[in-house]
Design a protein around this ligand. Sequence first.
Ligand SMILES: [Zn+2]
Ligand SMILES: [Zn+2]
Length: 321
Amino acid sequence: MVLESAGSPLRLAELADPEPAPGEALLRVRACGVCRTDLHVLDGDLAEPKLPLVLGHQIVGEVVTSAGRFDPGARVGVPWLGWTCGECRFCRAGRENLCDRARFTGYDLDGGFAELAVADERYCFALPDGYPDEQAAPLLCAGLIGYRSLRFAGDAERLGLYGFGASAHIVCQVAVAQGRRVYAGTRAGDDEAQAFARSLGASWTGDALAGPPDELDAVVVFAPAGELVPAALAHVHKGGVVVCAGIHMSDIPSFPYELLWGERVVRSVANLTRADGEEFLALAPTVPVRTDVETFPLEQANEALDRLRAGSLRGAAVLVP
Ligand SMILES: [Zn+2]
Ligand SMILES: [Zn+2]
């Protein structure tokens, strides 16, 4: 499924088989998760994707040929971080997520909305057993970037998760297992998402803009809605942190300094490091994280993206070739 220009639907196309470069594995795609970032690329919210482009950066693949790291037939995961330079000051400081020259899967590199994909083996992950392919796929972005966001919430005991989609449904399970109280904020009146959050252990659910009755220690904002940032700042107490987990957000409205005063912090989370992935993929089966997925045949990628846009998915959408 090919993106030819921003703003137009993906097109079903027969492409030449990708040729693995040195260091790359050729993978048969068994499942690929759909992420809000895919929607942002499709909509042109993110500048300058490679075009034409195969989207998709939560690839569960079976190794067809390997450059040496994997056995043929092995199951591996390919995340958003597809390549880093290893030389810039960020890479050298263990912050490869901020690499100046990073390349991203399904953005700078063709991704997994396809039958075959290639990936630099150094950025692939071994996947935990016990997850069927379609349930493993959302771990690779919703899960591990969600987990990075949770880490930036520090030891917050009362944790808000605003926007209860693919990422929040995973983070909620981890947070509850860690003994935190989860406050799940959704769009006003989204009873279905709120019931889903309660089923995963959220203590409070309600309208994210209005916020819960209790003061929070931290909020992770997953929804791409800038107005949630001043709202979340008003919901955290002194020293609280608001973590913006998405790659794109509508403009944040201006707000009185009083909302930031008291050492409140607003921060974003960008991408992932390989260490995040290894840590999260080791943790997930111990929680155990269960992913709720809705599968779509590959050729229905546009339908899956539309459902994500409409907010009418429960959990995560996953494409299966
Ligand atoms: Zn993603
Ligand atoms: Zn670098």
